[in-house]
Design a protein around this ligand. Structure first.
Ligand SMILES: *[C@@H]1O[C@H](CO)[C@@H](O)[C@H](O)[C@H]1NC(C)=O
Ligand SMILES: *[C@@H]1O[C@H](CO)[C@@H](O)[C@H](O)[C@H]1NC(C)=O
Length: 445
């Protein structure tokens, strides 16, 4: 009797310590500080299986298993992988420039891998206002595609910035490709981008079903026909953002009532704040029955003054989403480059059109935005990290799987030092070999 109890116990113990060979391996990350539920949690662990974060209690009690791998994080902070809603290119690659299929894919791979160095594990490649033929060529590359330690960051779908934007707030976009109105509503949008169409005409136009790959549309709600189309875009699963716009406060609020949930690069390329008509910026102070939108902040200290960053944060901290809005020289060493049609000079943290004082766009990295945000606003570590994780995930409706560390979420993780430099990165449960990421420079001249 006694013997059989001992035998039974030892069988149970053996079952507990030995992993079942046919089950996916389990990794436990220990000795870390975890961003979880709006807090930095110490003395806890992260459990990963099959690319997902799992609940250790269920795992331990029901499956009676111990982890296959225990990984010591040596006291680093662990945040969800960073998410970027607006980036035009990097490492010499410009998403808005069509290329032969294989060349475009090669550039995309370079960016997908390179962004991991800065903690970005998913993002929306951003396309400036373009002609239909450009959208039709580049957008099929940018549909949702899951990342991995080898292939790099997840593509969440494109952010199309324009062409339904106000020419009076054109920024660096090209005038001749702008659309002045959308009198046929959703149909106009489908035609321009080649969204998957329901109407026979739209279907005839589109040979590729995969054109349905847009995650965010930046538009100016004051253009004829745009305001009334916002609900249709939202219904199609697209996040609508107000930007490159001259909307007054009433128009901006109506856009939010219609379903707009984001403001594109707050302060840049929009109606400016006036006390009687605070314009798009005034959405930060909206009456309480109206949901206040999220807003993108270029946190390089150049495109938006640090004080403006602090004003935005102070008035609506839960809406902050840090973006780089970077151009293709981001991630390249200092020097002169031919990027598309532009000759540029990269100096420190700025890029100029060669021989001028004109800025060619931002070259900040997302991890640097996080450090700047704390410096500019004195916000907490949790708030700064949530501005590149939870907030963009919630904006994009993916907060069950991205931007959070909880059971069921994708195991996309960034390990950070106390001064918020990226030390280790996981994508879908696999550690990235950061040293192997070589984003070879484009031809210098
Ligand atoms: C905003 O513009 C609309 C259309 O021009 C106008 O009817 C409305 O009065 C304006 N609102 C404000 C607050 O200026
Ligand atoms: C870039 O240069 C090419 C060739 O000269 C030209 O066809 C194209 O329109 C230019 N693109 C832009 C954005 O200026």
């Amino acid at each position: 009797m006694k013997l059989s109890i001992i035998a039974a116990l030892s069988v149970a113990a053996a079952a507990l310590v030995m992993s079942k060979e046919n089950e996916p391996k389990v990794t436990k990350i220990i000795n870390c500080r975890i961003l979880r539920d709006h807090k930095i949690v110490e003395k806890d662990a992260i459990w990963i299986q099959s690319g997902k974060i799992i609940d250790p209690h269920k795992f331990f009690w029901y499956q009676k298993r111990l982890p296959d791998v225990v990984l010591d994080a040596e006291g680093l902070i662990i945040a969800p992988g960073f998410i970027e809603a607006q980036i035009n290119g990097a490492f010499g690659v410009d998403f808005s420039v069509p290329m032969d299929h294989d060349i475009y894919e090669k550039g995309l791979l370079k960016v997908n891998r390179g962004l991991l160095k800065y903690g970005t594990t998913s993002y929306c490649p951003t396309i400036v206002s373009s002609s239909s033929s450009v959208y039709h060529r580049v957008l099929p590359h940018l549909k949702l595609r899951a990342g991995s330690a080898e292939t790099g960051a997840t593509i969440l779908g494109a952010h199309v910035e324009g062409p339904f934007i106000n020419k009076a707030r054109i920024g660096a976009h090209e005038l001749k490709v702008l659309q002045a109105s959308a009198n046929d509503g959703y149909k106009n949008f489908k035609e321009v981008y080649g969204l998957e169409g329901e109407t026979p005409e739209a279907q005839r136009k589109l040979s590729d079903k995969d054109l349905n790959c847009i995650k965010i549309i930046t538009c100016a709600p004051e253009l004829e026909g745009v305001m009334d189309t916002i609900p249709d875009l939202v219904k199609a699963g697209i996040t609508v953002s107000v930007g490159h716009s001259m909307a007054n406060i009433s128009q901006a609020e109506r856009a939010v009532e219609n379903g707009a949930t984001f403001i594109t690069h707050l302060f840049n390329a929009m109606s400016q704040f006036h006390h009687r008509d605070p314009g798009v910026i005034g959405l930060l102070g909206s009456r309480l029955d109206l949901p206040r939108p999220y807003y993108g902040l270029i946190c390089d200290g150049i495109h938006v003054h640090p004080n403006s960053v602090k004003i935005a944060y102070d008035s609506h901290p839960k809406g902050a989403i840090l973006i780089t809005d970077a151009m293709s020289a981001m991630g390249l060493p200092l020097g002169n480059y031919q990027l598309g049609n532009m000759s540029v000079t990269k100096e420190d943290d700025r890029v100029y059109i060669e021989g001028t004082e004109t800025l060619a766009g931002s070259v900040i990295t997302l991890d640097a935005c996080v450090r700047n945000f704390i410096k500019f606003t004195h916000c907490s570590l949790v708030e700064a990290l949530e501005a590149v994780t939870l907030h963009p995930a919630t904006l994009l409706g993916i907060q069950d799987t991205k931007g959070v560390i909880k059971p069921g979420a994708d195991a996309d993780l960034v390990f950070l030092s106390d001064d918020l430099y990226v030390k280790r990165v996981f994508v879908a449960g696999e550690e990235v070999d950061l040293k192997s990421i070589d984003v070879e420079a484009v031809e210098k001249f």
